[in-house]
Design a protein. Structure first.
Length: 314
């Protein structure tokens, strides 16, 4: 756990963002999930992804999504090499550890769908050949909410469901922005960052996360929240079974990085806005009266929070 804290400090030294965001991205990595970052341009999304990959000693690749980007530009192609007179396989940028899918909603639905397989199964199929992606693997995708109606293609529900969290970076606070100015005035702190965790250590942590205890009371609370999302009068599409499983794994990872060996109702309650918001689709009437954020707050208030019980595990 000391290494995770050191890695979080290294990220904060470069990004100067809210500690909660860094904690959520670490949670997603250990839960084998992906993150959709929604923020205006210039808030450090690319820098965050590059620094994150450097801290874990992983490979980083970035793909700028535009309407002319083809699926093969992401996954790879098999081309004929005239020098060797044979076909060769050239893998795309998805074969990496941390993939930054910048402005993902600018790509066409066909290109967006090329990420479905790799995000769900950590593999990519190129011309009939399946390439396994080495772990850890995480997609950090970004979209700009300001230009959501100009030359963009909204992500379909199937694509959104594959993101563990949707996080709004927002603007830094005044004190944070002052730190940015002072830190970057003479040099870029990114150059001083060194790896803290190896890829093997991350994989071991991902396996340890699965052993975090989820008690029956906590499990029932999780299912009550999911059930409420499916029965709420203003919601047309609630949390899917895949979302339920992702919710539980995220809670286990969140408890793990906070040094606990069991999940509490408070862990679930904290994660709900990041897990639920992008997975819910409101009815037409509901969308006219409320925002998705307001509906998520109603779900949290409508479901009874069980009394936390102390759990002691060997």
């Amino acid at each position: 756990m000391k290494k995770i804290e050191k890695a979080k400090e290294a990220l904060d030294h470069v990004i100067y963002t809210r500690p909660k965001i860094i904690e959520l991205i670490w949670t997603a990595l250990l839960a084998k999930g992906h993150v959709l970052l929604e923020s205006v341009p210039g808030t450090g999304k690319t820098k965050l992804a590059k620094t994150f990959a450097k801290v874990i000693d992983g490979e980083f690749r970035r793909c700028q999504f535009t309407p002319d980007v083809l699926p093969s530009d992401l996954t790879g192609i098999r081309f004929f090499n005239p020098k060797h007179q044979e076909f060769e396989l050239r893998v795309g940028p998805v074969v990496t550890n941390i993939l930054l899918a910048d402005e993902i909603n600018r790509a066409t639905p066909k290109t967006q769908s090329s990420l479905l397989e790799v995000m769900e199964e950590s593999q990519v199929t190129i011309d009939g050949e399946t390439i396994m992606i080495d772990q850890p693997f995480m997609v950090l995708a970004t979209q700009n909410p300001v230009e959501s109606n100009y030359g963009t293609f909204p992500l379909p529900e199937a694509q959104l469901d594959r993101f563990l969290f949707q996080i709004d970076l927002g603007y830094p606070q005044r004190a944070q922005e002052k730190n940015i100015l002072e830190s970057y005035r003479t040099s870029d702190p990114y150059g001083d960052i060194s790896s803290v965790l190896s890829l093997q250590e991350i994989v071991a942590m991902q396996n340890d996360v699965k052993q975090i205890h989820v008690g029956e009371t906590v499990m029932d609370y999780l299912l009550d929240l999911v059930s409420q999302s499916r029965n709420h009068p203003d919601i047309e599409l609630g949390i899917s079974p895949r979302g339920t499983l992702a919710f539980m794994r995220a809670a286990q990872a969140y408890a793990y990085i906070r040094g606990k060996n069991f999940v509490t109702p408070a862990d679930l309650k904290m994660l709900v806005p990041y897990v639920f918001t992008h997975r819910l689709r409101l009815t037409m009437e509901g969308a006219m009266k409320k925002t998705t954020k307001q509906v998520v707050e109603e779900i949290l208030s409508d479901v009874h929070v069980p009394v936390e019980e102390k759990v002691v595990l060997k």
